[in-house]
Design a protein around this ligand. Structure first.
Ligand code: P53
Length: 474
């Protein structure tokens, strides 16, 4: 049983977690730059602690990250060596529009990505571009309040027009917003939102979400106008919710939690707010203000494919029980006693990937794309830069098997698979370097020490074999 020819194997990164060069060649400051490491990070990314600029008491890992800004040729060369067919990456908005609201884009920023895409094509690698991966120019946050402001749609639209035109012929696959449902859990990182005291946070989040959903539909419209070969996808943090028990109240809670995530895809793929959301928004007073024409736009410009990240399933219980919750993930979850847990407390559930793919495909019947899946772990490196990361290989092998079952046994239409992340980079949730995901080791630690030297782990050779056998040799 095989994946189809042309199945897009590869890896995924995000600009702010790997590029560094935060102030190079005219790049403007962004929300992701001012997210520090340490215990206050979660307060910052959730919008509870306002951090609008650097503070010398903190360390900011994205300023330098792994300096892919200057290493991209070497890194793409390594991806090519593994046989990548696709490389998912993101554009840093503030390289293109440093402030976000200026008339003309920054040529140096545009040139950087043009060079990067050409480098990919030189190696036969198709770029898959996330237009915004948790980033927003800081000026748009200070001046307009981030995505709570409807004007953001215009700024985003301008960004899209510029990049669709500039990269026509170089890029075909686009994702409008990374993990769009993350706005509910990390609103500052996801949408540049900070809250005032006493504010109805949920109302603000859904208003901002509405703006993003309209912006996503507009991007789809423009992408099709500019080049009919463009394919546009939405992207959400997936992972089906399991009821902890057969108690109907657990089952109902799980259904509601799933809907919290599906809501976004329901709009982006089916083209309208689902009834359950409209009812709840009415009840809670969180209904966003819509402008004339929004509903038509949402209905007309639905996505071509649905992409998702999958790290784990989720689990929910309604009784107090022993009340054990799984830690480490922004999605609060009951501890599932049937699963093992990673060093960061994330459940490991390969079958959950098959279950999730089936749920999503049944619901939307559009091609799917797994654009993130991987294991964050501590690596022990030898003096040659080699890591024997069998735990990572095991994790990926089991998930790829589950994905293969979903495709070959269940008939899920899957375009491709990109691991998070092919090269060690900064963790979004914790800001650590030492939560490593890569096939390629990077010599840099949590405090920013290290030579940035790249070296191949055991999993590098393993993934190369997986790709060359099109998923047969696991
Ligand atoms: P890290 C959790 C927390 C933050 C971002 O996460 C997340 C998740 C998982 O759902 O989403 C994605 O780095 C995200 C990536 C991120 C990856 O998960 O906290 O799209 O940017 O790096 C892994 O281990």
């Amino acid at each position: 049983m095989k994946f189809r020819d042309g199945f897009l194997w590869g890896g995924a990164t995000a600009a702010n977690q790997c590029e560094g060069g935060y102030n190079k060649d005219g790049r403007g400051l962004a929300n992701v730059d001012v997210c520090p490491t340490g215990k206050d990070r979660s307060l910052v990314i959730t919008g509870k602690l306002k951090m609008y600029d650097f503070d010398e008491d903190y360390y900011y890992p994205s300023k330098e990250a792994i300096n892919m800004y200057h290493h991209f040729k070497e890194d793409i060369q390594l991806f090519a060596e593994m046989g990548f067919k696709v490389y998912r990456m993101s554009i840093a908005w503030s390289r293109i529009f440093p402030m976000g609201d200026e008339e003309e884009p920054n040529e140096a920023g545009l040139q950087f990505y043009e060079d990067l895409f050409k480098e990919c094509h030189k190696h036969g690698i198709e770029p898959l571009v996330t237009i915004t991966h948790f980033d927003c120019p800081m000026h748009l946050i200070k001046e307009y309040g981030g995505w709570r402001n409807r004007k953001m749609i215009d700024f985003y639209e301008k960004l899209c027009r510029v990049i669709f035109n500039r990269y026509k012929g170089l890029v075909r696959y686009w994702l409008t917003f990374n993990e769009i449902n993350m706005i509910l859990h990390a609103p500052f990182m996801g949408a540049g939102l900070c809250f005032e005291e006493g504010e109805n946070e949920e109302k603000v989040k859904y208003q901002a979400a509405h703006h993003e959903l309209v912006a996503s539909a507009k991007a789809t419209k423009i992408a099709r106008e500019v080049d009919k070969n463009n394919l546009i996808g939405c992207m959400f943090a997936a992972g089906s919710v399991y009821p902890y028990s057969s108690n109907p109240s657990d089952v109902w809670e799980a259904t509601k939690m799933d809907r919290e995530n599906y809501f976004f895809v329901d709009v982006q793929s089916r083209g309208k707010y689902p009834n359950y959301a409209l009812k709840e928004m009415e009840r809670k007073g969180t209904m966003p203000i819509m402008a004339e024409g929004d509903e038509e736009l949402l209905a007309k410009y639905t996505v071509d494919f649905i992409s998702l990240s999958y790290y784990n399933s989720r689990c929910v219980r309604t009784d107090d029980g022993e009340g054990e919750t799984a830690e480490g993930n922004l999605f609060a979850s009951a501890k599932n006693p049937y699963l093992e847990y990673s060093q960061w407390g994330w459940p490991i559930d390969p079958l959950g990937l098959r279950i999730t793919l089936n749920h999503v495909y049944d619901r939307y019947e559009k091609p799917l794309f797994i654009v993130e899946n991987g294991l964050g772990a501590k690596d022990v490196v030898d003096e040659h830069g080699y890591v024997e990361d069998d735990y990572r290989i095991d994790y990926l092998r089991e998930h790829i098997k589950a994905m293969r079952d979903a495709v070959t046994v269940d008939g899920v239409d899957l375009l491709g698979y990109t691991t998070w992340a092919p090269i060690d980079l900064v963790s979004a949730g914790s800001g650590e370097m030492e939560k490593r995901y890569g096939f390629i080791y990077v010599d840099r630690d949590n405090e920013g020490n290290g030579t940035l030297k790249r070296s191949k782990k055991k999993s590098f050779y393993w993934y190369k074999k997986v790709i060359s056998s099109n998923g047969d040799d696991l």
